[in-house]
Design a protein around this ligand. Structure first.
Ligand code: PRT
Ligand code: ZN
Length: 286
């Protein structure tokens, strides 16, 4: 049987570019013309549905799509039964409570008996309940940040990224209630055949993500420092050591984690390394 999986991605918005880039970095080719709602890859058994992000959790839990890429905020709010396969590390944001900036704020009890506007009534309701706060929730679908200035609510609960939208609307962030990033979700009841295609896709996503979080490092070092340098950059199995034309020196090639990068570079220099080159890695299969 020629099985194919179907993935739902956002048609146009803050998730679309990164979702499609990830797919392309996985070597999956497809045509994505304007206005197209469906497309099939020419070199991988996958079909794309381009949808509003609000609809993605429902399509995946109903099995109309097998996979989806969506913000965790939208996923938790929609409360549909799906499996999170992978956190994707893009579209990071937080859901926060904000109030007019002139207001005095001590703690969450501020919101007792107050009214709050939001597009996330479930996440907000769960949070307030967990804190034993009774507040009135006004669900609105957009432009939440103007609610206090037009007298619709006393505070808001909305997505914050840089914080500039809140500032421009005379609001201040007082509590962060949820952290979000894009996630790859799957229907819980996929067939064995579909699962094996999903595994192939995950293998590629892992290779792309690993590549992004690591750098290839080349450096020169005097032979007497090699032992110390190898202990600093052990690499995937062990570093490659090649002799330089100059007697007593070697070239060391290895892989370094992005998180450790600056600390390791400083330690390498202190250990005698010089001529350090750092090169991005496109994919990494371990
Ligand atoms: O049309 P469709 O329904 O598909 O898209 P949408 O308009 O509902 O969503 P979209 O494209 O705006 O966002 C999709 C997802 O991106 C969200 O569900 C979040 O998971 C994530 N994301 C990341 C954000 C932001 N950053 C973000 N900054 N979603 C919205 N914002 C908005 C926020 O609502 C507020 O108005 O940006 C403003 C705040 O930004 P700052 O930088 O001023 O703080
Ligand atoms: Zn939406």
């Amino acid at each position: 049987m020629n099985s194919i999986i179907r993935i739902a991605v956002q048609k146009s918005g803050r998730l679309s570019d990164d979702s499609l880039s990830l797919i392309k970095e996985c070597g999956i080719k497809f045509y994505n013309g304007t206005g197209k709602l469906k497309s099939t890859s020419t070199n991988f058994p996958i079909e794309f549905l381009f949808l509003r992000d609000d609809d993605i959790p429902g399509y995946v839990s109903d099995g109309v799509a097998d996979l989806g890429i969506v913000g965790e905020n939208e996923l938790v709010e929609k409360d549909r039964e799906v499996e999170i396969l992978k956190r994707l590390g893009f579209s990071k944001c937080r859901l926060s409570l904000a109030i007019p900036k002139g207001e005095h704020y001590d703690d969450i009890r501020y919101f007792e008996g107050k009214s709050l506007a939001t597009s996330y009534p479930k996440i907000l309701g769960d949070y307030l309940r967990s804190k034993n706060i009774n507040a009135e929730i006004h669900e609105i679908s957009g432009s939440v940040e103007i609610a206090p200035s037009i007298g619709l609510a006393e505070g808001i609960c909305d997505i914050v990224s840089s914080g500039s939208t809140l500032m421009m609307n005379g609001l201040k962030e007082v509590e962060e209630i949820f952290k979000s990033e894009a996630v790859l979700i799957a229907n819980k009841y996929l067939s064995e055949e579909k699962l094996s295609i999903v595994d192939r896709l995950l293998f590629r996503i892992n290779a792309v993500q690993k590549g992004k979080s690591n750098k290839y490092v080349l450096l020169n070092a005097p032979n007497e420092s090699l032992e110390k340098i190898i202990s600093l950059i052990p690499g995937m199995r062990s570093p490659t050591i090649l002799p330089l034309a100059q007697e007593g020196w070697s070239s060391v090639h290895s892989v370094l984690s992005e998180d450790q990068f600056w600390k390791n570079i400083e330690e390498l220099r202190a250990a005698g390394a010089e001529g350090i080159l750092v090169v991005p890695i496109e994919k990494m299969v371990i």
